[in-house]
Ligand binder design. Structure first.
Ligand code: PSU
Ligand code: MN
Length: 305
């Protein structure tokens, strides 16, 4: 496949050094400007400071990029016409020379093809509320059921039907590890209240689970590592509940559907919480970038033992 690896990423991979994939839809379509550019740069810094090389992934002029330079990141953060590309959009985007930010499904796919094993994001996509009417389930879930990559996230966005999403992950055979928690994180909230079956407490345990997974099969499902946003940085749960209900109403009233739903809801939350939703979102992704780098470091350090 025609993947364009940044020099730094190519070199790190060639020498078996840790690399962490980062998603670009959360920058282009999930965060307001201009914080999205500073966040993109900051996430790369967090990864570096924790000992790995960052590879932000996007499609530019039809070409999948694994690792962006500063000008490319500025383009991703600043271009209002940039498309949102899920996994199924990759082929048409490549054929038509389109540029787009990649969602979890497209990023996980491209990262895995490039040989990157660890990926950090904010919240995964999942089963939307009202699924019985609209069957809106993020393509993230099915892609993660057939891609061997470790995804560090803060749960799934609380705009979704969280219990239904966890059920789907179970059906699809995707393991979920709580990182220092026995309940599934709630993205803006430290806990969604949903219980988890597995809890780990350090990057080494995650790397061991990854190795055990590989021992069972060399292709197959992802591993989800769910790390909560620290409690003192979460969105106030009452504020969250109120504004989320308003956002869901507004979304229905405005007739928003398909790919536009997630960005619409996230934007509503940011604008109606006086920036507090944004602060919680940023705290979550920062923590995930750091943890992903630590996992990648242990993973590569133990590669031949
Ligand atoms: N997490 C965030 N912000 C985001 C997203 C996740 O903190 O914007 C994006 C991810 O790219 C995820 C996508 O893959 O939302 C899911 O969109 P959809 O529901 O249309 O599949
Ligand atoms: Mn969707």
């Amino acid at each position: 496949m025609n993947l364009l690896l940044a020099d730094e990423v190519r070199e790190a991979m060639a020498h078996g050094r840790p690399v962490v994939a980062l998603e670009s839809t959360l920058l282009a379509h999930g965060l307001p400007r201009p914080q999205n550019l500073s966040t993109g740069l900051e996430l790369e810094e967090e990864v570096r400071a924790s000992g790995a090389v960052p590879a932000t992934i996007a499609v530019l002029d039809g070409r999948p990029h694994i690792g962006l330079d500063k000008a490319e990141l500025e383009r991703v953060a600043g271009d209002p016409a940039l498309r949102k590309l899920g996994h199924r959009d990759l082929a048409p985007a490549m054929a038509t020379g389109v540029s787009g930010a990649t969602t979890v499904s497209a990023t996980a796919f491209l990262a895995s093809r490039a040989g990157i094993r660890v990926f950090a994001t904010g919240g995964l996509g999942g089963v939307h509320r009202g699924w019985t009417q609209v069957q809106d389930e993020s393509a993230d879930l099915r892609l993660l059921a057939r891609t061997r990559i470790t995804v560090v996230c803060a749960g799934v966005k609380s705009i979704l039907d969280v219990p239904a999403t966890l059920q789907r992950l179970e059906t699809l055979g995707v393991p979920v590890l709580g990182y220092g928690t026995q309940t599934f994180p709630g993205f803006y909230l430290s806990s969604s209240g949903e219980p988890l079956d597995w809890t780990v407490h350090d990057p080494r345990s995650v790397a061991e689970a990854m190795r055990a997974q590989d021992g069972l099969s060399d292709t197959g499902e992802a591993l989800i590592v769910a790390q909560p946003v620290p409690e003192d940085e979460q969105l106030d749960p009452e504020l969250h509940e109120r504004v989320l209900a308003e956002a869901l109403d507004a979304c229905e009233r405005d007739g928003v559907t398909g790919q536009a739903v997630t960005p619409y809801l996230l934007d509503h939350l940011v604008r109606h919480t006086d920036g507090k939703a944004l602060a919680a979102n940023l705290a979550a992704v920062r923590g995930n970038a750091r943890l992903a780098a630590r996992i990648a470091a242990v993973w590569t350090a133990t590669a031949h033992t």
